[in-house]
Structures are given as C-alpha cells and as structure tokens.
Design a protein around this ligand. Structure first.
Ligand SMILES: Cc1ncc(COP(=O)(O)O)c(C=O)c1O
Length: 344
C-alpha cells in the first residue's frame, strides 16, 4: 500500500518548506501557529500541536491532575489510551462498550465511578462520535469528573455539527502514519477552553513560549518537551488542505459499502463519520484491514486482569474492517463489482 500524497500536495509542501527555511525557525515558529489556526477552523476548537496523540492525552491528564486517582477508560481501544493514564500516575479502571458503536457504554461507565474517579476517557472508535457521548458528558459535568476525548480516529467526525473534542474538557488527535490525516507523527490537543490551550502551549515546551520571535519563560514545574517541528507543521497545513478530498473519497466509498453490508455500524440522525474504519460484523471478506482491536489488545489483558466486559469481547470476536483507506485500488469499482470482489 502506498500512502497517496499527490503531486500538487507535494509541490505545496515544498513551497511551505522553503518558507520554513527562510523563517529561520525550525521549531516553535510561524508554521506551527498556522497549522494550529487551520486546525481550529477544521474542528471549531482551540488547538495546540504536540508530538503525538499519546503525548496529547498525557498532557490533558496532567492538566486534569489524575495522579493517585482513578481514570475510567474503555477496554477495547489501543493501549495508548490506558497507558497515558498510567504514565500520568492514575489507576486505570476498564469499562465496557456498546455492540452498536464499539464505544464506551454509559451505564457500565457510571457503575465504575467511585469517589476517587477523576477522569473518564471516551475513545471515538472507528471514526464516528461515541453514541453515548451526550449522556457521558452530562454525567461528568454534574459529578465534576474530567471528560477527556481520545480523537485519534475521529478526524472529520461530527454529530449535529459538534466535532470530536468538543464535548468534554479536551481531546487529543493523532497524526500517526495510518490515521485519516497522516503526518507520519504528531498530535493535536483541542478544547473549547482557551485557558487550557494557553497552558498546553507552555507545558509542551518546558514552560517556555516563543511570542513574536522572543522566548518568554514561565514558572512551570510540570512542563516537558512535546513540541512539533516546523517541517511537520508544514505537512500538517498541506494535509488540512487535502482533508476535504480524503474525507469525500472515504465517504464516497462508504456509500458503496452501505449498499453491500447490512451488519455494520448504523449511525443515528445527524452523525457524520470520518470513516477511519468501515466496520462490519460476522462477515467473511476477500480483502480486509483486520480489526480495530483484538481482545489481546485490551488494556486489562495487557495488564493481566480478567474482567467481565461482555460487549467488548463480543465486538472483538465479531467485527472486522472493510478496506476504506485512502487510495484503495478497488474504490472506483461500482458497488456491485465491489460486492462480487469482497463477498464472491
Ligand atoms: C485510540 C488511539 N489512541 C491513541 C493513539 C496514540 O496516538 P499516537 O500514536 O499518535 O501516540 C492511537 C494510535 O496510534 C489510537 O488508535
């Protein structure tokens, strides 16, 4: 598989690289600001670029002050979600998912809350917004629990106009090489809270910030280096210009898959997925991109803890992903041809 990065986007990238060289800033410069501003337009949220999706989660957890407290995470996610909470010094408590959307189940999450619960991390698995997010957000607000959104899969997702990262305290996107918006590496913290993002901009740089070309240092004992470099930021600007093409391409293919598969994720009114994955249940496919997760990827399994999480284990067993990655060479076939190709 070749990651499609068409000639026009390469040329645009080379132009921006020239701007970086001419600016004399290879880190913490104008290109990072431009990338953040454009991401703000994309999600409607304040944004702070960081080195990875995991670094973004860890930063938000540090901000929320979870050390010595409990953080509820879904079992069925990539280990990064739980690991970020562990690295931030929290005890991880695993919650079950729904079979319908693969995302955190509200009732199970509520049943896991204790007086020590400091945060809940919802993962928008597969590229759509978690169906229970409104209920989870109201509960967290009422009980003063920080709601953190892992948006690693959710580029381009929205539900009635609300993007991933806009329901809770903050969210973290990943730009890892296989994501819907790949930069090779990188992440973006998003939030409705301007002050939180101002804190992040210092936190990612040991308490320093470059303002109008001058380094300003703040007293901040927590800070570390989660800066991105200006070359990655330039690629970020280009990929944001590319995103409408990538998303429309995936949605075009999803419309064909919708004609082929009936056992899939059925979206509620107003949901628009970014289609990081196209999930099907109980289906043999001639070509697939595996599973979003196997049960061996569950955080509790990695920690060696046996838990009753019936929906998570059911989903791990019964789902797989039809090939919806940008550039799939069969995408231009008709729905009927794809059906014959995938199902025989
Ligand atoms: C659900 C989820 N959360 C977090 C991450 C971590 O992102 P990164 O690899 O950019 O640290 C990933 C993927 O890599 C992921 O799939």
């Amino acid at each position: 598989m070749v990651l499609p990065f068409e000639k026009e986007y390469r040329e645009r990238y080379y132009q921006l690289l020239d701007q970086v060289f001419e600016s004399n800033f290879w880190s913490d410069g104008r290109m990072t600001r431009t990338f953040e501003e454009k991401f703000e337009e994309f999600t409607g949220l304040y944004s702070c670029a960081v080195t990875s999706g995991g670094a973004g989660l860890l930063s938000i957890l540090e901000y929320a002050g979870v050390k010595g407290k409990e953080v509820i995470v879904p079992a069925n996610t990539f280990w990064a979600t739980a690991q970020a909470a562990k690295k931030a010094g929290a005890k991880v408590v695993y919650a079950d998912c729904n079979r319908e959307d693969l995302c955190m189940n509200y009732e199970d999450m509520v049943s896991k809350v204790t007086p020590d619960t400091k945060a809940v991390i919802v993962v928008h698995i597969g590229g759509h917004i978690a169906f229970d997010i409104e209920k989870i957000a109201s509960f967290c607000e009422e009980h003063k629990i920080a709601l953190i959104e892992d948006c690693a899969h959710a580029h381009g997702a929205q539900w009635n106009g609300k993007t991933a990262g806009s329901y809770g305290l903050a969210g973290s996107y990943s730009f890892y090489a296989t994501k819907t918006m790949p930069l090779g590496e990188g992440g973006m913290i998003v939030s409705r809270d301007k002050d939180l993002i101002a804190w992040m901009k210092k936190f990612r740089n040991y308490g320093k910030e470059v303002i109008n070309g001058k380094i300003v240092t703040y007293p901040m004992k927590e800070g570390f280096n989660y800066r991105i470099n200006e070359f990655t930021a330039a690629l970020g600007v280009v990929q944001l210009e590319h995103m409408p093409v990538i998303l429309e391409w995936k949605r075009m293919l999803a419309r064909k898959f919708d004609q082929i598969f009936d056992k899939t994720v059925i979206f509620p009114e107003g949901m628009q997925s970014g289609y990081y994955k196209y999930i099907v249940f109980d289906q043999n496919l001639s070509e697939e991109t595996g599973k979003v997760f196997n049960y061996t990827d569950f955080g509790n399994e990695i920690e060696g803890i046996k838990l009753e999480l019936p929906n998570s284990y059911w989903v791990a067993e019964h789902h797989k992903c039809a090939p919806i990655y940008y550039g799939w060479d069969k995408a231009q076939m008709t729905a009927e041809e794809i059906k014959v190709y995938l199902l025989g």
